[in-house]
Every structure is written in C-alpha cells, then in structure tokens.
Design a protein around this ligand. Structure first.
Ligand code: HEC
Length: 134
C-alpha cells in the first residue's frame, strides 16, 4: 500500500512539473537551435536568429563564477539567471558578444509559467553538462 501511494505521488509530481526539453521545443527552438559547432555558426551566422543553445549554456556556465566549487550552487545561480532572462531580457544583463547582439538584437521576453521557466532553465544546464561549444 505504501508503495502504491508513494508511486502515485511521484507520478503526480512528474505529471504536474513541466518537461524542460518540451518547453524548449515549444518556446525556444524557433530561435535557438539545440546543437551547432562553432564553425557552422560562423558559416550560418546570417541565417541564425539567435545563438545556439549550446553556446548560450556554455557561456553562462563560464561567466557565472562562484568562489567555492559547489556544483549545486552554480546550477542554482545559472537557473536563477536564465529564469530572469526569459521574462526580462535586456542589454545590461546579456552576456552575449557585442557582435552577436548587433546581429540578433535583444531577445524578446517569452511568457511561460514559473514551472516551465524552472524546467527549461534546469534543462539548459543539465543538457550540456560536459558538452563544449567548439
Ligand atoms: C524570438 C527569438 C527568441 C526566442 C523565442 C527565445 N530566444 Fe533566447 N535569445 C534570443 C536572442 C536574439 C538572443 C541573443 C541576444 C540576447 O542576449 O538577448 C537570446 C539569448 C538568450 C540567452 C542568453 C543571454 C546571455 O546573456 O547570453 C538565454 C539564456 C536565452 N536566450 C534563453 C532562452 C530560452 C530559455 C528561451 C525559451 C523559453 C528563449 N531564449 C527563447 C532570441 C530568442
């Protein structure tokens, strides 16, 4: 009995929490391609609408620096930044290269729920763990 209750609770929580990859596909993919090598980005720069997600993830990962080497804290701050950026993108906060900003302009705000923001921000961190933009 306990097992059944526990598994229904787990099932319910997965049903209600958004799936980060699905959120990405629905709300971000039209501008940010999931994967692209640096050489391809250079070649296709004129047709891209935004930096590829791999590049975005890598840049934020590198730019968000914490004093101690705690992955959980790093991920937490990364997620906070991304959630904020989704609803409030602006030049001051952007870590994009100025050439890219000039080409793409600033990202428009995307209106999604708190839950979806959390899920897609976590996805953005976890998806590219150990994947280098090169
Ligand atoms: C209409 C196109 C468009 C959509 C849709 C879009 N973005 Fe962006 N995004 C951009 C552009 C253009 C930039 C680069 C300029 C900038 O930094 O604002 C960008 C940059 C970013 C950055 C990097 C900010 C930085 O400082 O480097 C993050 C993070 C980001 N987007 C996340 C998302 C997420 C998550 C979604 C989906 C929920 C999304 N974007 C949907 C166009 C878009």
């Amino acid at each position: 009995m306990k097992k059944i209750i526990l598994s229904s609770i787990l099932l319910a929580s997965t049903l209600f929490s958004a799936n980060g990859y699905e959120v990405y596909k629905k709300n971000c993919m039209s501008c940010h391609v999931e994967m692209m090598a640096k050489s391809e980005v250079v070649k296709q720069f004129k047709t891209l609408k935004a930096p590829p997600m791999l590049e975005v993830s890598d840049r934020l990962r590198e730019n968000i620096i914490i004093k101690d080497d705690d992955d959980d804290v790093h991920r937490y701050l990364f997620v906070l930044f991304v959630k904020d950026y989704i609803q409030n993108p602006n030049l001051q906060n952007s870590m994009c290269h100025s050439a890219a900003l000039e080409r793409f302009g600033t990202m428009p705000a995307v209106k999604i729920s708190e839950d979806e923001k959390q899920a897609v921000a976590e996805w953005l961190y976890d998806r590219y763990e150990g994947v280098e933009f090169k």
